[in-house]
Ligand binder design. Structure first.
Ligand SMILES: [Zn+2]
Length: 383
């Protein structure tokens, strides 16, 4: 771990804030959600997944989310928020209209459930606390019902709430006479609409195609630096490698480096930095950098990127890239077109020297260099 961190004697650079949730240091909703999910207790996690995945309209999902947070304004919750002083159920007069009472235990709610049928006909249906009751019904296993039940269950919850409000606001004429028939037709409509949308989506999915990938020399007369980083595991023993060739594919220099323990992302960036130093020593005027890691190319190309634990490496690379006395072009390539650098990176993982420079190609990459020269291709499945 220590071997992968270099002390940077750069006094022009002060301390930096960056978002710890992602490797690159940039904020994203995806990583924020990941952090939130790892911070809360693991027990209640399944319920969010269940509520999110049930085939249902978005507004009903939001309603489920409110129920699971105990946020719907039943009378017990209104009293708790000082919005009312009467916690009783407006329909049956029960002492406290809690969420579970409103949606499950109230005789009016029970009547609706029984009219819907399905799993609601089983006596065990009206048991349990609100979270487990909702979770059991949102997953299709363990109960005797068709796979439409979670949709039916969520829609029934939605209409029980709607009709309860109709009662309060004197709009009982909005409540259908045959609640069960009404809900079942809503379930059918929702089910068909969602499945049609899914079919359209599936038809739009692009069919994977097999392409042949090879190392591609730049068209112009310039040198090519292929680099790659390798890490065994998410945070494992890592190394980097790189090779500098001319646009005919003739080998000039190469290196393999051992980075200790670090992420593949850090290893990729460290490999580019070494490659750039090497190219600078060779006094190259025009250089194309080829690497198979899109995230690194994005970070190196983005002048607004200012964070992340690898920022000092990015900064070092950028300084070199923007040097005035050479022209550098960064290009993404597929891994299959970056095999020499990949091989050298793996050599770097295995050896103990921090860096080995090659003036002549090591035996391990000779055949790969020849294949690149001859334009040998490797198949790759792309979508
Ligand atoms: Zn009631």
């Amino acid at each position: 771990m220590i071997a992968s961190h270099q002390l940077v004697p750069d006094t022009s650079m002060g301390d930096l804030y960056y978002w710890r949730g992602s490797t690159k240091g940039g904020f994203s909703i995806k990583y924020a959600l990941q952090l939130i999910r790892t911070d809360v207790d693991g027990i209640s996690e399944a319920k969010w997944d269940l509520a999110w995945k049930v085939p249902i309209q978005q507004r009903v999902k939001v309603f489920l989310w409110l129920i699971l947070h105990n946020r719907i304004l039943c009378n017990a919750n209104r009293v708790r928020r000082n919005l009312s002083q009467d916690p009783r159920c407006p329909r049956c007069g029960c002492e406290e209209e809690t969420t579970i009472h409103l949606l499950c235990d109230c005789p009016y709610a029970k009547q609706i459930w029984l009219s819907v049928g399905g799993s609601a006909l089983y006596s065990s249906f009206f048991t349990g606390d609100i979270t487990s009751w909702i979770c059991i019904n949102l997953q299709a296993n363990g109960l005797t019902h068709c796979d439409k039940w979670p949709t039916c269950f969520a829609i029934t919850l939605w209409w029980i709430w709607k009709w309860r409000n109709c009662c309060i606001f004197n709009r009982t004429h909005d409540i259908p006479l045959h609640t069960g028939t009404f809900i079942r037709s809503q379930v059918e409509d929702t089910w068909n609409a969602i499945n049609n949308a899914l079919n359209v989506q599936q038809n739009m999915i692009r069919i994977p195609q097999m392409i042949n990938v090879r190392w591609i020399a730049p068209f112009d007369e310039c040198f090519v630096l292929n680099t790659d980083g390798a890490s065994k595991g998410t945070l494992g023993t890592a190394g980097g490698g790189g090779v500098i060739r001319d646009n005919r594919g003739i080998f000039y220099k190469g290196f393999s480096a051992h980075f200790g323990v670090c992420s593949a992302y850090r290893a990729e960036l460290k490999a580019v930095a070494i490659g750039l130093d090497l190219a600078q020593e060779m006094d190259i005027q025009r250089l194309e950098i080829q690497m198979d890691n899109k995230a690194c190319i994005e970070v190196l190309n983005n002048p607004d990127f200012q964070g992340g634990e690898c920022y000092h490496i990015v900064r070092h690379c950028r300084k070199l890239i923007h040097r005035t006395n050479w022209t550098i072009h960064l290009k993404h390539c597929y891994r299959e077109g970056n095999r020499v650098a990949d091989k050298l990176a793996n050599i770097g993982v295995a050896h103990l020297d921090s860096i080995i420079l090659y003036n002549n190609p090591p035996v391990a990459i000779k055949s790969l260099l020849r294949e690149d020269l001859e334009g040998v291709t490797t198949p790759r499945l792309v979508t």
